[in-house]
Design a binder for this molecule. Structure first.
Ligand code: PMP
Length: 390
């Protein structure tokens, strides 16, 4: 039998990273020493205090049963308390908080919950690919909001045609931004909320990297701080990066209760929530937000990012001082495009980075490095790159 993928799968943009991954694996199999800045996955273990709580929670029989639909009341309470402590934002754990199996799940399912076939979704580009693929799975039409480097990678809401804005159901926005590392000003968030109000668009604010700011830990605002945001917006928080927990799959959404009720209906039909013991560990993580090991991890990523950015600058890559996330987003030297730099670094220096075009066409001319590599290995990678003829 020939298995034919559904049209929604065929409609997905090509997954550029697959080809690079194949090449990387072949190089490793051939015995080459690859330094991999490809995927944004922490190289450090989850903090011990979180693992301890899982050990304890995993042994409790009540936790072995199906989890609570919206997340355990205790987890939702902890998420609300975190938002209050960190941002001074008040949400009701009953209805205004929804546990997620990682923010990726929530972002993808959100389009299924809100978007009818043919309806428009505003998708920032360059951007995290799930906004587009989630839209396509729902039969929606992604409308690209280009992020402009001259505007510090912020969208220009005024340039969105009136008919597009009128027809849009949902808008995704993400700061601190993957892949560009840009941090949103409060003014941008105010404009986004005002735009969403004016055109009756649901705003999904992806705050997966809000706790990954290098200078001041509280540099990134919450969209829920903006007056009126709760009428139009939900915000998605991830435990993945802040606490080195990518594999645990834990996050939450907070904000507009009607939007969360729609998302919850999709989720309760497709997944049954995260293991309650992992939610328990998530409570420990959030309660420990101010612990020194969390700050140390953040500082470590910051140090690596600054080192890498400075080295790349010397090589002719244009890159601003890293402020947040764990990515360095670099403009390629003259005469190159995204893919040619990725291939050159892999073929000639055994260094892996990803092409900006993996985040949409607007990423052309850029490459992204994830600083999930030690200082020593980062220095080694820079030394190799210095030896190349550019
Ligand atoms: N949003 C952005 C912008 C991301 O870069 C990522 C992960 N790379 C996610 C969301 C998903 O994070 P998780 O599902 O692990 O919470």
């Amino acid at each position: 039998m020939t298995v034919v993928p559904a049209e929604r799968i065929q409609a997905l943009p090509p997954y550029l990273f697959v080809a690079i991954d194949r090449k990387k694996r072949a190089a490793r199999a051939a015995g080459r020493d690859i330094i991999d800045f490809g995927i944004g996955d922490p190289d450090q273990p989850t903090h011990e205090y979180i693992i301890d709580r899982l050990r304890h929670a995993a042994a409790i029989p009540a936790n072995h049963r199906y989890p609570h639909d919206q997340g355990s009341p205790a987890f939702r309470q902890a998420a609300a308390a975190f938002l209050d402590r960190r941002y001074g934002v008040s949400v009701n754990p009953e209805g205004e908080v929804l546990a997620l199996i990682g923010t990726k799940e929530g972002l993808g399912h959100l389009a299924l919950a809100l978007v009818n076939p043919g309806e428009t979704v505003l998708v920032p580009e360059p951007g995290y690919p799930v906004y587009r693929s989630g839209t396509i799975f729902a039969g929606g039409r992604p409308w690209t909001m280009r992020l402009d480097p001259r505007r510090d990678w912020q969208p220009d809401f005024d340039s969105i045609p009136a008919d597009v804005a009128r027809g849009a159901r949902l808008m995704y926005l993400n700061y601190p931004n993957n892949p560009t590392g840009a941090v949103a000003s409060r003014a941008l968030l105010e404009r986004a909320v005002e735009f969403a109000h004016r055109h009756e668009i649901v705003l999904a604010y992806d705050a997966a990297y809000n706790e990954m700011c290098f200078d001041a830990a509280d540099a990134a605002p919450s969209i829920l701080e903006i007056p009126g945001a709760k009428d139009v917006a939900i915000e998605l928080h991830s435990l993945s990066k802040t606490f080195n927990m990518t594999g645990w799959r834990m996050g939450f959404a907070a904000g507009n209760a009607d939007v969360l009720a729609c998302l919850s209906r999709i989720k309760s039909n497709l997944d049954s929530g995260q293991f309650t013991a992992i939610q328990e560990a998530g409570i420990a993580a959030l309660e420990g937000y101010a612990r020194p090991e969390v700050a140390e991890a953040r500082a470590r990523y910051g140090m690596r990012a600054r080192l890498l950015a400075a080295g790349l600058r010397e090589l002719g890559f244009e890159t601003p001082e890293p402020l947040a996330t764990f990515y360095v987003w670099a403009r390629v030297p003259a005469g190159y495009d995204s893919l040619s730099v990725v291939n050159k670094l892999l073929d000639e220096a055994d260094v892996v980075c990803v092409p900006g075009t993996g985040f949409g066409a607007a990423g052309e001319g850029y490459v992204r490095f994830a600083v999930t590599v030690s200082i020593e290995r980062t220095q080694a990678a820079l030394a190799r790159m210095r030896n190349l003829k550019w």
